[in-house]
Design a protein around this ligand. Structure first.
Ligand code: AVI
Length: 326
């Protein structure tokens, strides 16, 4: 599940579109994929045969949940950043519930609606689970979660913070260091952080995952133009752009673009201007960084953590790393 974002203010959206399309190279922030339609398309992507990430991470959680439960011990509360539907998390929660009588789960998501639905579903399924949904941006949410866990005298004394789905891959490296550093401030040495990383692999497999045969990723990519048209009075003609996704080996990332078919001008009313596209010019809509065990280690150290364990599948396609604060 990707991070979910609030319906953005049209002014902020227009400002970001102006900044992203008014410069060269053109780009748009990937968070603008995720309105209700975009989140549904992302869910559909995770079910595509080529998109191995979600399945592989779920398999790792299934395989290593008992080890994680053992490592964390009984007195643990689970905090999740960008919990979304918590589908994969349930695997881990079930395992933790087997070894303790109760468990406190604090999902943090910006979407209050999604949180409520998830909490209701989990509540019905796991009566022994005590759920405290926190509708908030991640850092403020983690701060709140750590206060709640510390105040709850009879509950757990440590947190296991989850950041699954390789969502960290959609951040630039420096951004991810800053992000982890800011979260680190709300953790105690006894806490731990479990992060999902997509790993570097055969280029053909990576390219296929972002160019699924059913065209779902293509529709997901175009959703940002649909949003500009409906929310900002844009005049993008979908037929005049093509979806492009490829692995940039030098940068270690998948890049998604929308490539202009020929020269064109596109007006966006809320930006009070048109944007000129030359033939083949692209809008860079997303980067998805692919890690190595060495770059995971580097990230952990740069952000004030140490890698306690890294679990990988047999093909070494995906990693779940357990970081502990130094
Ligand atoms: C949410 N995130 C980890 C996905 C990824 O693989 O980078 C978003 C995505 N973009 C295209 N397909 C999936």
């Amino acid at each position: 599940m990707p991070p979910t974002f609030p319906d953005s203010h049209p002014e902020a959206f227009a400002r970001d579109v102006l900044a992203g399309l008014g410069t060269s190279p053109k780009s748009l922030k990937p968070k603008y994929f995720y309105d209700a339609a975009g989140s549904e398309l992302f869910e559909e992507i995770t079910r595509q045969p080529e998109y191995y990430l979600t399945r592989t991470e779920a398999g790792l959680l299934r395989q290593y949940a008992p080890v994680l439960s053992e490592l964390m011990g009984k007195g643990v509360s689970v905090v999740e950043l960008g919990s979304g539907s918590s589908a994969k998390t349930a695997i881990l929660l079930e395992s933790l519930l087997e070894t303790s009588k109760g468990l406190h789960y604090l999902p943090i998501d910006i979407s209050a609606t999604m949180l409520r639905q998830t909490a209701d579903r989990l509540d019905a399924r796991y009566p022994a689970l005590d759920i405290t949904p926190i509708a908030s941006p991640y850092e403020a949410g983690l701060k709140r979660a750590s206060t709640l866990v510390a105040e709850d005298a009879q509950a757990a004394d440590r947190m296991l913070v989850l950041f699954l789905g390789s969502s960290i891959g959609n951040m630039e490296y420096d951004e991810s260091v800053q992000f982890l550093k800011s979260l680190r401030e709300h953790l105690e040495p006894r806490d731990a952080f479990l992060i999902g990383f997509d790993l570097q692999k055969d280029v053909a497999i990576l390219n296929a995952a972002y160019n699924d045969a059913a065209g779902v990723t293509e529709r997901f990519n175009f959703n940002v133009l649909a949003r500009i048209n409906t929310e900002l009075g844009g005049e993008f003609d979908r037929q005049r752009f093509v979806h492009q996704a490829f692995y940039n080996e030098a940068a270690g990332r998948i890049e998604m673009h929308l490539r202009s078919q020929g020269r064109q001008q596109v007006a966006v009313a809320a930006c009070q201007r048109s944007f000129a596209f030359s033939a083949e010019e692209t809008i860079h809509t997303e980067s998805s960084y692919k890690y190595t065990l060495a770059s995971i280690e580097r990230l952990a150290v740069s952000a004030g953590f140490r890698v306690r364990e890294t679990f990988t599948d047999e093909k070494s396609w995906f990693a779940l790393s357990l970081f502990t604060p130094v």
